[in-house]
Unconditional design. Structure first.
Length: 421
């Protein structure tokens, strides 16, 4: 007969000896990743499956081989991921989940070469939608992330671009927000001489609060601990091509160049390699230690995207100039995909760390940033224009074997977010 299903339901069971029981099969749930079976003996049973019959021809304990057969060749890690996905699929979607088509979840490919220098990255996409729009069509009604303007209203958006440019020009001559300078919101400074609308001021205020939230998370000793536990980045999702790639370049590689966001609006400074920027960052007080640590590594970690349309892969140890650098962790984001006050279509937030044990910190940092963003956007709702923040989960997938590494947020992490009121 078949080993009863009951054996696969006893979570604490670690040793099973079913030798000489006339068994012709084992119940599949015995291969569940949730079990902690260390010893499994199936000797002298007339199994119908040839592979099991071969394993039963010896008295030796071959638990690993037997369990892998029950999982149809999958490792315990793979089986655990699949079981978790099935469990989550059977539950009602979280209220703040931004729904996407099945199989269309966005991916960041984790390359093997980055594991030795920065093995952890997690990410999600934030969307701001009308509260009254029914799922799953909310994505059709996204306007400006930090405002209530519809992106289809080209004249109004064009006017806001001019006004935002005036406000940003003013900020250029103010101290830049850094990890050592937590200045007050720029809109608290007098801008009465500028011909800008309340809408533009509101956009800038919420944008600056969003940037300030990241800085405070970096400073928090329980979260970022001055970027030691993780470094956040944010990017305009409408400027991205998927999948993205988290990889590394050799320290002396001059192929990839980018425009660092930390150098502000002065694009005239031109592009530089990650090594050149890290060298310049030695003179920036809040980045000096991180730049020193980065320059001591053989490779520089980067989040990049391919500029060539339709290209989905980058070989390990191979990079060309046809990439856009989103971030060089933990120093800076790239200028090209930066988050702006006029961001529309969502914002990608990501967090990376230099040690596997810090993944929990990265996830906590991202969760805190999502909570702060919800507060910034939803507490400033105008009457009749209620907006809500939804979160689109992103998969981190191993580039070398296409196996899922992790997904953020998990179902449990979604449940930690504030309810939609």
């Amino acid at each position: 007969g078949t080993l009863p299903e009951l054996f696969g339901l006893i979570k604490s069971l670690s040793i099973i000896d079913v030798s000489n029981n006339g068994l012709t099969a084992l119940h599949p749930n015995l291969g569940s990743a949730s079990l902690k079976i260390k010893k499994l003996i199936i000797a002298n049973n007339p199994f119908q499956d040839k592979k099991f019959k071969k394993l039963a021809a010896t008295d030796k304990c071959q638990a690993k081989a037997i369990l892998q057969l029950l999982r149809k060749g999958k490792s315990k890690r793979q089986a655990k991921v699949e079981e978790k996905e099935k469990a989550e699929a059977s539950r009602a979607p979280p209220p703040r989940q931004f729904t996407t088509e099945i199989g269309k979840r966005k991916r960041i490919l984790l390359h093997r070469d980055v594991l030795s220098v920065r093995p952890v990255i997690c990410a999600a996409i934030l969307h701001v939608v009308n509260a009254n729009d029914a799922l799953p069509n909310r994505s059709e009604h996204e306007g400006l992330f930090f405002g209530s303007t519809d992106v289809e209203n080209e004249n109004l958006v064009s006017s806001l671009e001019t006004e935002i440019a005036l406000l940003e020009q003013k900020e250029t001559f103010s101290p830049r927000l850094t990890d050592d300078t937590l200045r007050n919101d720029a809109n608290e400074q007098s801008d009465s001489y500028m011909d800008v609308s309340d809408g533009a001021r509101s956009l800038m205020k919420k944008f600056n609060l969003f940037i300030r939230a990241q800085t405070l998370i970096h400073h928090n000793p329980e979260l970022g601990n001055k970027r030691r536990n993780g470094a956040l980045g944010s990017h305009n999702a409408s400027a991205l091509s998927w999948p993205l790639h988290f990889l590394s370049c050799k320290r002396k590689d001059d192929t990839v160049k980018f425009s660092p966001l930390r150098e502000g609006w002065m694009e005239g400074k031109g592009k530089c390699t990650p090594r050149e920027y890290a060298t310049r960052a030695l003179s920036i007080p809040d980045l000096r230690k991180h730049a020193q640590a980065l320059l001591s590594l053989p490779r520089f970690p980067m989040l990049v995207m391919k500029e060539t349309e339709g290209v989905n892969s980058i070989e390990d140890n191979y990079l060309d100039s046809d990439v856009t650098v989103l971030s060089v962790s933990p120093l800076t984001n790239g200028w090209e995909t930066r988050t702006t006050p006029l961001a529309a279509g969502g914002i990608l937030i990501e967090c990376s760390a230099g040690d596997e044990s810090l993944e929990v910190n990265c996830r906590q940092m991202l969760l805190q940033l999502i909570k702060e963003t919800i507060k910034i956007i939803e507490e400033s709702n105008e009457q009749g224009k209620q907006k809500v923040v939804l979160v689109e989960a992103v998969d981190i997938v191993r580039a070398w074997n296409k196996q899922l590494q992790t997904t953020f947020p998990s179902y449990e992490e979604f449940s930690e977010l504030p309810e939609i009121t």
